[in-house]
Design a protein around this ligand. Structure first.
Ligand SMILES: Nc1ncnc2c1ncn2[C@@H]1O[C@H](COP(=O)(O)OP(=O)(O)O)[C@@H](O)[C@H]1O
Ligand SMILES: [Mg+2]
Length: 383
């Protein structure tokens, strides 16, 4: 919320509880709904800033990115520029104003992922889903002047909540390949990237080649993994004995990733390109136009009162009517834009969840192990 990027991902073999941990169920909501509630609760308590929130939801399957909020869209690519960092385009981003609305967006995304139950299971074990929330905020009191100037800087942060493919898909050895096992390039590369980042070497990290570009997932996570984010990894394991090998692999991955050094910085943009600035400016301009229209209407009315000849009066009346329509349209647009910008007074106090979750709170506070109430499977969280 203060301009620092955050990434949470769930790593573990299929059926070990990744989706359960991230999404949860109605009676036991996961990280995603809790995080959403937290964002809105935070906004409610900050009196001197205003916020704009937008979300996107995508899936990486077979090294192809699919926009779950706009499934027809093809050819999504990863781009990079100095201002925006790494981003996917064209990707639908939706502006959201209530926790419920965010959950609805996610549900819509989930519907785009369902392809019949067998295929769903197979596909969900192979695909990675990335839910992203972009949080823009600015000082409520930093002014806007017309024409075309917005003062003050915008604080920008990204929250990535990621449900990875089953870690058993990271098969890399030749045997598995012979068996025709599916190799998940993104997961495999994630492992390699983490190993490189944590290799014991005298060289500084900047001098080591890290293959972020070898897969879609690592490319997307590049800035987080190379340090500009707070990253939490949830490792989920499944206790039954036949899963021993995968459990060991997951724990190895988790202990390696713990060594990655992060230097999260606060992002500030002066750019007038931030959506919140653009909207503030548009609101100010519309208000200005509204004032002008009001003045004009006043003048017309005054003229009308003078008592003119009928045909001229009809003309004035028509103009008056047009002016009123313009005024209504301007007012509606101003209202609409104003509603998109959130502040402590405009945020709904209605959370998605109405409960206290001491277990997850403990986990979020960085306490090493959080056993779920359930005996199996259970999750471990590394901060
Ligand atoms: N902590 C838990 N408590 C209760 N049920 C769980 C728990 N974790 C996972 N499950 C159940 O186990 C099954 C597999 O979990 P899931 O999250 O789908 O695994 P994954 O996403 O890792 O493949 C699901 O039916 C889920 O509801
Ligand atoms: Mg899953």
């Amino acid at each position: 919320m203060e301009g620092i990027n955050g990434t949470v991902f769930a790593y573990g073999q299929t059926a070990s509880g990744k989706t359960y941990t991230m999404m949860g169920q109605e009676d036991q909501p996961g990280i995603i709904p809790q995080a959403i509630d937290d964002v809105f609760a935070y906004i409610r308590e900050v009196f001197d800033r205003e916020y704009l929130l937008r979300v996107s939801y995508l899936e990486i399957y077979n090294e192809t990115i699919r926009d779950l909020l706009n499934p027809q869209q093809q050819d999504l690519r990863i781009h990079e520029d100095r201002k925006r960092g790494v981003y996917v385009s064209p990707l639908r981003e939706e502006i959201v104003t209530t926790p419920k609305q965010v959950m609805k967006v996610i549900q819509r995304g989930e519907q785009a992922r369902s392809y019949g139950s067998t295929e769903y299971n197979e596909r969900s074990s192979r695909s990675h889903t990335v839910f992203q929330m972009i949080i823009e905020s600015r000082d409520k009191n930093s002014g806007v002047t017309i024409p075309g100037r917005v003062r003050g800087s915008v604080t920008l942060s990204q929250l990535n909540l990621i449900d990875l493919a089953g870690s058993e898909k990271a098969a890399s050895d030749l045997d598995r390949r012979k068996e025709g096992a599916f190799i998940n390039k993104s997961l495999l590369t994630l492992g390699t990237v983490i190993s490189r980042l944590t290799e014991d070497t005298v060289k500084p990290v900047s001098a080591i080649h890290i293959p972020f570009r070898d897969s879609k997932l690592t490319r997307l996570l590049q800035s987080s993994l190379s340090g500009n984010a707070r990253v939490s990894v949830i490792a989920t394991v499944s206790p039954p004995l036949p899963n021993l090998e995968e459990t060991t692999n997951t724990l190895k991955f988790a202990s390696r990733i713990k060594k990655v050094v992060l230097h999260a910085k606060q992002n500030q943009v002066l750019s007038e390109k931030a959506l919140i600035q653009k909207y503030k400016l548009e609101i100010a301009e519309l208000r200005h136009k509204l004032m002008e229209t009001n003045d004009l209407l006043e003048q017309e009315r005054a003229l009308q009162d003078i008592g003119l000849e009928r045909s001229i009066r009809m003309q004035y009346e028509e103009r008056l009517h047009e002016g009123q329509l313009v005024r209504t349209a301007l007012k509606e647009r101003i209202d609409h834009l104003t509603r998109l910008i959130l502040s402590s007074t405009s945020v709904t106090p209605k959370a998605i969840l109405d409960w206290n979750a001491p277990l997850l709170e403990a986990a979020m506070a960085g306490v090493g192990v959080s056993h779920n109430i359930y005996t199996s499977p259970y999750s471990i969280m590394f901060m």
